[in-house]
Design a binder for this molecule. Structure first.
Ligand SMILES: NC(=O)c1ccc[n+]([C@@H]2O[C@H](COP(=O)([O-])OP(=O)(O)OC[C@H]3O[C@@H](n4cnc5c(N)ncnc54)[C@H](O)[C@@H]3O)[C@@H](O)[C@H]2O)c1
Length: 457
């Protein structure tokens, strides 16, 4: 395949050398004459393990060249990668001038190119950049996105120091595209790269790098804060974190990574509070660990805000315990939400088939007596009665019976705290706590089979 790479810096140079190693013909482009000359002498523009041999090899085999002539680069290739810098301002805003500059150059070159062209953004950019780049190219070239060209988002996950190895062995290959043709081309381009090939929505692909890197930062500061507490106690933090990482069911796993409602129950709130208090008593500052509870409380407030935004006063809460399949109400976050709404004068109806007030005992009974003393007046074990008497239905857990609610009550407001549905055909007003409306619109696409599918992670 013939490809061009705009930007021969750290990522561009590695990408150019690795693509050539995969057997593709690569034309590098940069505004730096020095970098272009280096590539044309078979030398890398950066210092990095393995890169010298790769660039020399690719150059000697005639698979790698560089030019300052952007028209030549576009005309002689079918895919153009944009790999220029995206520095941030002091306030954290991205400077996209280099990206837009290259988009204008590619647009100029495409004006007199007849073949379909794929532009791939490899730089780290915020959601919405792909669309803007497409607009610039269409504007400058007079060509039509989807007919004459398309723009793919293909974020880079390599780390400096192990860049070549990372490029050749990525955790996954990700593209965001709305073009089936581009997806086929990228599958072909990367067919010899191991790991899963994931094709997704453009904006999903665009935000991934930020989510990844922010999470990597979170991992590091969490481990450091645990280490600082352990040090103050004379415990070997490396032994602790080594064992922590052995738990592949709850610790290092997809578990708990589903945006949704606040956590609760008898253990998580209590134990994380105990660790915070321990750190406090040891005079160890743990800002990230301390921030966990306020964030959890904020999510309860978000639920209240969404319910209030519906402008209705009869609220049905479907599920009161802290998760499905239990009658444990201790620290159930929805109990706090119900308490706040009752205090504000809302009419609350609660359904939970597992909660029998007469059978609640011990701390479970004490907790609910303190929080919702009149629970027996507002709780029912008849789902239909609760739904019929409410205008807003709040789904708080993944009990199978809640999946039928939208079909049975097609005009109510549904507030989904657990992503009970991936897609639904619903006349009422649906809102997820941490995602938007997933209503399928029959007018937009008749081909979508409109079944209510439960999310499986
Ligand atoms: N460095 C990393 O480890 C890494 C990893 C993953 C992603 N990224 C992202 O990749 C992007 C590039 O990063 P980098 O470290 O390679 O940057 P860099 O500064 O090393 O290289 C950018 C190159 O683009 C060139 N350039 C600028 N305007 C140009 C134009 N109009 N035409 C052609 N070339 C032009 C510059 O001369 C420079 O050589 C950034 O968005 C970065 O966030 C970087």
């Amino acid at each position: 395949m013939n490809i061009s790479i705009f930007g021969l810096g750290y990522v561009g140079c590695v990408g150019a050398a690795c693509c050539a190693k995969l057997g593709h013909h690569v034309i590098g482009n940069d505004i730096s004459e020095n970098k272009v000359n280096l590539i044309n002498q078979g030398k890398p523009t950066i210092i990095e393990a393995e890169i010298e041999n790769l660039v020399r090899d690719a150059h000697d085999r005639g698979l790698l060249e560089a030019t300052m002539d952007y028209r030549y680069a576009v005309h002689k290739s079918e895919i153009s990668f944009i790999v220029v810098g995206t520095p941030s301002s002091k306030e954290g805003h991205l400077n996209l001038n280099y990206i837009y500059g290259v988009a204008r150059q590619i647009g100029e070159a495409l004006a007199d190119k007849d073949e379909f062209h794929i532009i791939a953004i490899r730089s780290t950019v915020l959601p919405g950049t792909n669309a803007k780049v497409g607009e610039i190219i269409a504007d400058v070239s007079g060509k039509v996105r989807g007919k004459d060209f398309t723009v793919v988002s293909n974020p880079e996950f390599l780390r400096e120091g192990t860049a070549v190895h990372d490029y050749m062995n990525p955790p996954l290959t990700l593209i965001g595209t709305d073009s089936e043709y581009a997806e086929r081309k990228f599958r072909e381009l990367y067919k010899d790269i191991p790991g899963e090939f994931v094709s997704t929505d453009i904006e999903v692909a665009e935000i991934m790098k930020y989510v990844n890197n922010t999470y990597h930062g979170l991992k590091i500061v969490f481990a450091n804060e645990v280490g600082n507490i352990c040090k103050a106690l004379g415990i070997d933090s490396h032994k602790v974190m080594e064992i922590f990482c052995k738990d592949k069911q709850l610790n290092i796993s997809p578990y708990y990574f589903k945006p949704g409602f606040a956590y609760g129950g008898s253990c998580l709130p209590k134990d994380s509070k105990a660790l915070r208090t321990l750190a406090h008593d040891l005079y160890v500052d743990v800002p990230v660990i301390n921030a966990i509870n306020p964030s959890n409380e904020r999510q309860k407030k978000n639920a209240v805000d969404i319910i209030e935004s519906k402008g209705q006063c009869r609220i049905g809460i479907l599920g009161l315990s802290f998760k499905s399949g239990t009658d444990d109400l201790r620290c159930s976050p929805i109990v706090d939400v119900a308490e706040v709404l009752l205090g504000k004068g809302y009419e609350i109806h609660i359904y939970d088939k597992n909660v029998r007030i007469s059978q609640l005992t011990g701390t479970n009974a004490d907790f609910i007596a303190a929080k919702l003393p009149h629970l027996h007046e507002i709780i029912s074990d008849d789902l239909d009665t609760v739904c019929a008497e409410s205008d807003v239905l709040v789904i708080t857990n993944k009990e199978k019976e809640f999946a039928e609610v939208p079909q049975k009550y097609p005009h109510k407001c549904i507030v989904d705290l657990v992503r009970q549905f991936t897609e639904l055909d619903y006349d009422g007003n649906y809102e997820g706590i941490s995602w938007g409306n997933i209503n399928a619109n029959p007018a937009q696409d008749d081909k979508i089979e409109r079944t209510m599918v439960k999310t499986e992670f």
